[in-house]
Design a protein around this ligand. Structure first.
Ligand code: 3PG
Length: 306
C-alpha cells in the first residue's frame, strides 16, 4: 500500500520520521509531497496511492477523480472544510480527521497572540494584563477546552458558549456557560473563536454580534477565516477605534486591515497554530495509525463522511 503525505505546509522532520515508522511497521510505503507549487503536482502524486495524509490542503472532486486507487484521506488535524466530503463518498473514499491531536498547540498560540496584542505589539509602551479580564470562548471543543485550561492559570474570568455542547459540560469545568453568543459578546473583554467553518458558522461573526463587545475588546481568531464577516468587522473597527483584531488566519482584506488599523490588527503570515513538533507528531502518528487500522481492519472511528 502507498501512503502519500501531501502537505503544502510541511510537518516537522521528526513527525515525518514517526509517520514513516508506523507505515514501515505495517509494510506500507511512504510518499512525500511537501510545499508543492501547483495543483498539477498534487494531481500527479495521487494517481497510484491508496491513502493520503493532508493538513489544510484542498482535496476536491478533481483530486478524487485522479486518485483511482484511493481508499482513505486523513486530515491530520481538526477542521476538514478543505475536503469535498460528497465527492469522497461518491468515490467510495473514507475521510477522517484526528480530533484533539493538535489542539494544545493552537490554544497556546491564542495566548501568544493575546499577549502580543495587549502589550501593544511590543512597541515599548505600557499595555495591559490578561489576569482578571473576561475571556469568552466561542465553541467549547478540544481547542476551546485547552484555552480554558491555560486561561485558568493566567487568572482570567472564563465564559464559554457552544451551540452543541451541553451547558453542564462547561459548568463542570468551572466555567461560566453563556446562554447565547449575544450574551457572551456583550460581557467579555476578549473573544476567542474556535468554530469550525460550516454553512451555519460562515460569516456568522458579524456586525450585529461584534457591536455588542464592551469598550477596548479584542477578537482573537485561530479558527477559520470564513467564520468572520470581514466587511462587518472592518466597518465596526472604523466606527470604534477601541476594538482590536488578532488572527492566525490572514483575512482576504489583509491589506485593508493593515492600512486602516495600525496598532489594532495583526495577522500571522501563514496559519501556524498547529505548527509545533508536538502537534505534528501527535496528528501525524494518529493519521498514519488510523490509515493502517482502516486498511487492515476496517476501523473507521473518526470518519467524517457518510
Ligand atoms: C486544524 O484544523 O487542525 C488546524 O486549523 C490546523 O491546521 P493546519 O494543519 O493547516 O495547520
Amino acid at each position: 500500500m502507498k501512503v502519500l503525505v501531501a502537505t503544502d505546509k510541511p510537518f516537522a522532520k521528526v513527525a515525518i520520521e514517526k509517520i514513516k515508522a508506523v507505515l514501515d511497521e505495517a509494510g506500507y510505503e511512504l510518499v512525500l509531497l511537501e510545499k508543492y507549487k501547483t495543483k498539477e503536482n498534487l494531481l500527479k502524486a495521487v494517481v497510484d496511492v491508496d491513502a493520503i495524509i493532508i493538513r489544510s490542503d484542498i482535496i476536491d472532486a478533481e483530486v478524487f477523480d485522479a486518485a483511482k486507487q484511493l481508499k482513505i484521506v486523513v486530515r491530520a488535524g481538526a477542521g476538514y472544510d478543505n475536503v469535498d466530503l460528497e465527492a469522497a463518498t461518491a468515490h467510495n473514499v473514507c475521510v477522517m480527521n484526528t480530533p484533539g491531536q493538535n489542539s494544545n498547540a493552537v490554544a497556546e498560540l491564542v495566548f501568544g497572540l493575546l499577549i502580543y496584542c495587549v502589550r501593544n505589539f511590543y512597541n515599548g509602551t505600557s499595555g495591559t494584563e490578561l489576569k482578571d479580564k473576561k475571556l469568552g470562548i466561542h465553541a467549547y471543543g478540544n481547542v476551546g477546552r485547552n484555552v480554558a485550561r491555560i486561561a485558568k492559570g493566567i487568572g482570567m474570568k472564563i465564559y464559554a458558549y457552544d451551540a452543541y455542547c451541553p451547558k453542564v459540560a462547561i459548568l463542570n469545568d468551572n466555567i461560566k456557560a453563556a446562554d447565547t453568543p449575544e450574551e457572551m459578546y456583550s460581557t467579555c473583554d476578549i473573544i476567542s473563536l474556535h468554530l469550525p467553518a460550516t454553512s451555519e458558522t460562515k460569516r456568522s461573526i458579524n456586525y450585529e454580534l461584534l457591536s455588542r463587545l464592551p469598550e477596548g475588546a479584542i477578537l482573537v481568531n485561530t479558527a477559520r477565516k470564513d467564520v468572520i464577516n470581514e466587511e462587518d468587522l472592518i466597518r465596526l473597527m472604523e466606527e470604534r477605534s477601541d476594538l482590536r483584531y488578532v488572527t492566525d488566519i490572514m483575512p482576504d482584506a489583509h491589506d485593508k486591515f493593515m492600512e486602516k488599523f495600525p496598532g489594532r490588527y495583526f495577522s500571522t503570515p501563514k496559519k501556524m497554530g498547529a505548527q509545533t513538533a508536538e502537534a505534528n507528531i501527535n496528528a501525524g502518528i494518529a493519521a498514519a495509525e488510523q490509515i493502517v487500522g482502516f486498511l487492515k481492519e476496517g476501523i473507521d472511528r473518526y470518519r467524517v463522511n457518510k
